[in-house]
Design a protein around this ligand. Structure first.
Ligand code: PHE
Length: 470
């Protein structure tokens, strides 16, 4: 069977940007940037995006396009031994498991969207409502709808499903984001937030902050999850990979900046005297506890309907971003199953979907509802739930490990000249360019080194309670 393809480079860019732009850009980035030096953080983040993440992105896309395979197939075909095949397996299981926790969070967002549309802002702003919602039966109704939508998109295949969804949702997302930024700029004291975001404080850039910025950039560009290998396998040979990669990285960065200009002015207009250090650390508490309070406070100005509208608009924006990311991550195991077993898209979706739903339900029950899942294990001196375990193992630990192995694989197994030849197709000026030299050198030296250090430190911190670096 001929492999499906994106219809054009733009189709790929939108789909990959759909994967990249997610909760990470919209919420985690503004929270991190505001706490850690504003524009100074932004500058470092942009530096990491282009100098560390972009080479990895190009490597993943080229590997996919060259092999026309999912990650398992790509590692098997080129690696030609059991060890690399195992890495291939890791690159398929990781997105599957990250998909489980991302699904749960997407369901929460969808639930908050539903409640905003129903005008239940008073309830949402109540600090106890998040805990109650994630442990309610209602959650499963929202889960069924999100799973249904995701599967509907994936069932359409590459052009008619993934690309079409991205072509509709991504432009809407950009327009909605800009509209919201313009709206919050009109609020009282909004400029305080803009100032806070844009004034650099370089002394806040500690080693820990830099590590956080790199991890955030890495996650935000959907690296080491097999997504760009899989999407790369659907890129046409005459498309320019470098150009597409730069576009995706640039769009993701742009959305992150716009989100900073959305969230911070909103926070300051809600409370001009706010101490940023008191702002919630996690993006989860930001979206589900703090922002609903702001939406509720808006009622004083724009009334019940106005505030419900703004809240719905915001949650719809985040939901679109999350949905396109979710689609991309589930496509990896789906493509792997289709390629390796020759099954149809529908069968692959049914098998994997079934397994994913079971795991997502277990995760959803691990916030206190079922004792066994809520206190599954204890390590590093902390009790962990099933959800924590999935997050710690696959997101925190295996992601940098996969990134490290990918660099070694591309440069030392597949070899530089093959990487160069693949990137040069559709971009003849690449060979001999400064970029080519940089990509080859960085992927073979300091990028895997940095990822290895992060991996070792994460294992030590999470599982043994001992941070070796900071
Ligand atoms: N890039 C996404 C974000 O910023 C992360 C992600 C992508 C997570 C794909 C899962 C799947 O939120």
């Amino acid at each position: 069977m001929k492999r499906e393809q994106f219809s054009s480079s733009l189709g790929f860019v939108l789909a990959a940007a759909g994967s990249a732009v997610g909760i990470g850009n919209l919420v985690a980035f503004p929270v991190m940037a505001s706490k850690n030096g504003g524009a100074a953080f932004l500058i470092m983040y942009a530096f990491f995006v282009f100098f560390i993440c972009l080479p990895i992105m190009l490597a993943e896309m080229s590997l996919g396009r060259h092999t026309r395979q999912n990650p398992l197939g790509a590692y098997t075909d080129i690696g030609k031994n059991a060890a690399w095949r195992t890495v291939g397996w890791m690159s398929v299981i990781t997105p599957f498991m990250i998909g489980v926790f991302y699904l749960v969070i997407t369901v929460w967002i969808f639930g908050y969207l539903g409640k905003s549309v129903l005008g239940q802002l008073t309830e949402l702003a109540d600090p106890s409502s998040f805990g109650a919602f994630i442990n309610s039966n209602e959650l499963f109704v929202y889960m069924a709808i999100v799973v249904g939508l995701t599967f509907l998109i994936l069932q359409g295949g590459v052009k008619q499903g993934i690309e079409k969804a991205a072509r509709v949702l991504m432009p809407m997302l950009f327009v909605m984001l800009i509209a919201l930024v313009i709206y919050v700029m009109t609020l009282d004291n909004a400029m305080l937030g803009v100032k806070f975001f844009l004034i650099p404080e370089f002394d806040k850039l500690t080693g820990k902050v830099l590590n956080g910025a790199l991890a955030q950039a890495f996650f935000s560009l959907s690296l080491a999850m097999g997504i760009l290998i899989t999407y790369g396998s659907y890129i046409q040979k005459n498309n320019n990979i470098v150009h597409a990669g730069k576009m995706v990285a640039g769009l993701s960065l742009l959305v992150a900046c716009c989100s900073g200009l959305l969230i911070l002015p909103a926070v300051f207009s809600f409370n001009p005297d706010i101490q940023i250090s008191t702002l919630s650390e996690s993006s989860i508490s930001m979206i589900f506890t703090f922002l609903p309070k702001i939406f509720l406070a808006m009622q004083a100005d724009i009334g019940y309907f106005g505030a419900s509208f703004v809240a719905s608009f915001f949650f719809l924006l985040v939901f679109f971003a999350a949905l396109t990311s979710l689609v991309s991550i589930i496509e990896v195991p789906v493509a792997s199953l289709m390629d390796s077993k020759g099954v149809s898209r529908r069968s692959a979706l049914c098998v994997l979907g079934g397994a994913m739903i079971v795991l997502a339900i277990i995760s959803a029950l691990s916030f206190g509802r079922v004792e066994l899942f809520s206190n599954l294990l204890s390590y590093g001196g902390v009790d962990k739930s099933f959800f924590d375990l999935v997050y710690d193992i696959f997101y925190e630990t295996i992601l940098p490990l996969n990134g490290f192995l990918l660099c070694l694989f591309v440069i030392y197994r597949w070899k530089k000249h093959n990487l160069d030849a693949e990137i040069s197709q559709g971009n003849p000026s690449f060979s001999g360019s400064l970029l080519q030299k940089y990509v080859n050198f960085s992927l073979g030296t300091f990028i895997p080194l940095i990822l290895a250090v992060i991996f070792i430190n994460t294992v030590s911190t999470i599982f043994f309670g001992k941070n070796l670096l900071f």
